[in-house]
Design a protein around this ligand. Structure first.
Ligand code: GRF
Length: 211
């Protein structure tokens, strides 16, 4: 797959799907040229993301490791779905399962994730959802934000593509911080995808260079 070809994106999501909605909206309103979401995959049959995909007329599939007798079989099924939908880029948006090595290898430097904090701080195992914002507030940090990063075999450690920071309010609550960071994510994720669609992203020595 060429680094400059249009993005045929698979969005992987396990939850509400508000980032999926932000990306789909950006595409539908012409703000994300050269991008289309060709499939949404969820490991959770009840994920709101599946409903959002259908609202946008995007094929929405439930594919969970529980449906298969082994992880390799699950990875094989994922790769088949990705091939069937002509996918050349994967955007994780609240996907609560580690991506297996076969998918990472096949989509090397073509998988991104969004994280609700300023990596490399407040990332890694257990740092998801509300736990991230709890940890940020407990630490006394004065800033938080969102990070779009490449996905490799280490959790939340892939090269950083884009970050946006916000200042914490005095007496900020977990709920207000979560909502404010999510609003930032909805702008940041389409912006990051635009960089890939424009062929401006390269990875050198584990660092992203934006042309
Ligand atoms: C977002 O906060 C994202 O940073 C994290 O999971 C959450 C997904 O939210 N990885 P949504 O399902 O897109 O609303």
């Amino acid at each position: 797959m060429s680094a400059t070809s249009a993005l045929n994106i698979a969005v992987f999501a396990s939850g509400n799907g508000s980032n999926l909605a932000a990306i789909a909206r950006a595409i539908a309103t012409g703000n994300l040229p050269r991008c289309r979401i060709t499939v949404v995959l969820s490991n959770n049959s009840k994920a709101g993301a599946l409903g959002i995909a259908r609202e946008y007329g995007i094929p929405a599939l439930h594919c969970s490791a529980k449906q298969f007798s082994s992880e390799p079989d699950f990875d094989h099924a994922l790769l088949q779905h990705l091939r069937a939908h002509d996918v050349n880029f994967i955007a994780l948006a609240g996907y609560m399962k580690k991506i297996g090595a076969p998918v990472i290898t096949k989509f090397s430097n073509r998988i991104v994730n969004i994280h609700p904090a300023l990596l490399p701080a407040f990332g890694g195992k257990g740092m998801y959802g509300i736990h991230v914002h709890e940890a940020v507030i407990a630490s006394g940090a004065k800033e938080s934000g969102a990070t779009v990063h490449m996905v490799d075999d280490e959790y939340d450690r892939g090269p950083i593509v884009l970050q946006r920071r916000i200042a914490l309010h005095h007496n900020e609550s977990i709920a207000t911080l979560a909502a404010r960071v999510l609003a930032v994510e909805h702008e940041l994720y389409p912006e990051a995808l635009r960089l890939f669609a424009e062929g401006r992203v390269t990875v050198v020595d584990h660092k992203v260079i934006v042309a």
